[in-house]
Write a protein that binds this ligand. Sequence first.
Ligand code: PLP
Length: 353
Amino acid sequence: MSFFRDNIEKMAGYVPGEQPQGEGYIKLNTNENPFPPSPRVLAAVREAASASLRLYPDPMATKVRVKAAEVFGTRPERVLVGNGSDELLGLIARAFLGPGDKVVYPYPTYLLYKVLVDIQDATGVTVNFKEDFSLPEGIVVKGAKVTFLCNPNSPSGTMVWPDEVARLAKRIDGVLVVDEAYVEFADANCLSLVEDNPNVIVLRTLSKSYSLAGLRLGFCIAQEEIIEGLIKVKDSYNVGRLSMAAAVAALDDQQHLKENLEKIKEVRSYLSESLREMGFFVYPSQANFVFARCKDAAAAREIYEQLKRQKILIRHINYHGFEHCVRISIGTRKEIDTLLEALSEVLCETKKS
Ligand SMILES: Cc1ncc(COP(=O)(O)O)c(C=O)c1O
């Protein structure tokens, strides 16, 4: 006998990417930023740590909300701060979805969406992306309560441009969640859609572009009615004092962000071109990772395993139909050079055998 609800008993939980505990890895598997965050962040955390940790934090993270609104060009009432954007995705599922409710997302995409659907005992409708990762017609599903769009998408790194997302927002019945975890690396974003569309929710995070994955800080941007509803289902003190201080400092250093983004985009072009020269098909990336097609699933697995043996971690995700692909996060130029060297050795070896 199980004490769990049936759907929890049956579902598989989310499996986070490998986080090795040992030293010396080149970690290109979970899309972290290879560069440190703004030095202002550490100073702000130190200062906050020496102040009142005895007291609960501000439940609405007002200072972060105000700063984020300034950076995003919106009003503080349209921003909700969360413990990473994963928490905000969870709040959205909790607030909008009950048993049997339809949830749509294109495939392949961020694997957490399915887990959230399963937790709510909702009904997931997955619709395959077109071959070039543009949106399929079937993405508009009558009566869907939530449509998730990871944009740029993971694992593909591809982007659906804002004018198309705007058209989608007008055609669907429920809310459209545009998960922009990687958008600072892209050439466009969907933030402005919030203005005209009461059903659009945009998610951002400090984990990727701001180099603060370890901090856990994300943002939800939507019209006031949606934000107010989500506040009802959040934990009272979902963001700690240290994270709040760090977030304000990080958002305040836009110059650091800009320099960091430039470096990553440069290495992204270099890695994409180098992989193409080695014979891989590489999808055009608007994110801080690239998605590359190998000869077949066995070759992809072999590449992943051989690199791991050399302490270079990349991602080989078993997305059905994409087992022949690997996803590689953008590291420093030095890390990517080490990866490319190891990869060409692996390719040489596999050709010989
Ligand atoms: C598409 C997507 N959304 C959200 C997240 C979670 O980000 P956070 O660290 O803000 O919880 C990730 C993390 O990898 C992601 O890939």
